[in-house]
Design a protein around this ligand. Structure first.
Ligand code: SF4
Ligand code: SF4
Length: 368
């Protein structure tokens, strides 16, 4: 059964998570952007702040309505809390004539993400396929995943989300699975409230400790209607029908030459994407005889990423963009049984050239 909560109850929810030993990661204004930061208190939530996003452009703005979650995709998703940008894999130290290898114990800190959007929760389930469902499991990822609690927020406030296209990718704006609690924020005149639903036993236990009242049919209907409005008026869309086949057959498309002339191979799109998982391994040593192996996020837009014997096989920006787009929208399906794109729109907003994957896919479909 849904519960209706006021703004104060959301602050209480955060306090309650902290009392339960969770590190709370939530949205906050930092460096002129609304991103997810650890150590969130209720007073840190960006009340009344929203954002404007378009290709290559991001600005925060005052909404004037006190909304706690009145913004769209954050510059970075919160994948960094489960899959950190840099992580030590192991280190080795001298021990007389031999050496000893130390592997750090998996992180056991409990993390609660508050304000997670449907696209990012969907992206997490895609990353699970990469790190947990294959032949080998990543123990560090597994430990962080098992200690993760997700308080999701359905997108209900902005009906003109310019760069988002989750509705057409089937991942939002309502969170579908993988969360513990879902909140829907409603602002109607002077009424400001949340409709809360628990999805797991842990979510139910937490919500039981927060003051609220059973939601009436009007409140549930208002929440459904607000989410539908966002879905119906999303600024972009991708025709997902037959998309993997379309992309797989697009290798010789002249469109790749056009977009390759705009792409800078800056890697920004892959750094902000919530589903990207490529890493690089680097070894370093110090004068005390300690060697360390570190895993860091990598990008298929770097030249070295495709380096095999004799050099890189994707030498041009065109080749690298084509590889990225065909993988995201095409071959990912064959590899993991899902699309590699959840429609969060970050790669559009944060591309310095304003390259828009929805525009590229549409152009390729029209050509075909
Ligand atoms: S490809 Fe772009 S829109 Fe799709 S999930 Fe990645 S960043 Fe988001
Ligand atoms: S598509 Fe845009 S963000 Fe991605 S590498 Fe090229 S220029 Fe950078």
């Amino acid at each position: 059964m849904s519960t209706v909560m006021d703004v104060q109850a959301v602050y209480t929810l955060i306090d309650s998570l902290k009392s339960d030993g969770y590190e709370v990661v939530g949205p906050r204004l930092r460096d002129k952007a609304l991103g997810y930061v650890a150590g969130t208190n209720g007073s840190d939530l960006p009340a009344g702040l929203g954002d404007d996003q378009s290709p290559g452009n991001y600005r925060t703005r005052d909404r004037g309505d006190g909304a706690l979650f009145g913004f769209r995709s954050s510059p970075q998703s919160w994948r960094r809390w489960i899959f950190p940008p840099n992580a030590e894999v192991w280190s080795a130290r001298r021990d007389n004539d031999s050496f000893v290898v130390d592997t750090s114990a998996p992180d056991s800190m409990k993390v609660a993400v508050i304000g997670a959007r449907a696209c990012d929760v969907a992206a997490l389930t895609i990353q699970d396929k990469v790190f947990l469902d294959g032949q080998f499991q990543d123990p560090a990822y597994k430990a962080r995943r098992e200690n993760l609690l997700i308080v999701a927020v359905n997108c209900s406030l902005d009906a003109d989300s310019n760069t988002c296209f989750c509705a057409s990718m089937g991942t939002g704006p309502r969170v579908q699975a993988g969360h513990d609690i879902a909140l829907t924020e409603i602002i109607e005149g002077d009424k400001h409230y949340f409709v809360a639903d628990a999805q797991t036993d842990e979510g139910s236990r937490i919500l039981e400790g927060i003051s609220g009242a059973p939601a009436g049919t009007d409140e549930v209907a208002a929440a459904d209607s607000a989410i539908s409005n966002v879905a119906d008026s999303m600024g972009r869309k991708v025709d997902a029908d037959g998309l993997p086949e379309l992309m797989n057959e697009s290798y010789e498309s002249p469109r790749w030459t056009v977009v390759g002339e705009r792409c800078l191979s800056c890697t920004s799109c892959t750094m902000v994407c919530p589903t990207c998982f490529c890493t690089n391994i680097e070894d370093s040593g110090d004068l005390n005889g300690v060697a360390t192996r570190t895993r860091s996020w990598d990008s298929c837009f770097t030249l070295r990423h495709s380096h095999i014997h004799g050099g890189a096989i994707r030498n041009t920006n065109k080749a690298r963009y084509r590889q990225w787009a065909i993988h995201k929208m095409g071959t990912w399906q064959e590899q993991f049984g899902t699309s590699g794109c959840v429609g969060c729109g970050r790669c559009i907003t944060w591309c310095p050239s304003g390259i828009d994957i929805t525009e590229e896919v549409t152009a390729i479909r029209e050509e075909a």
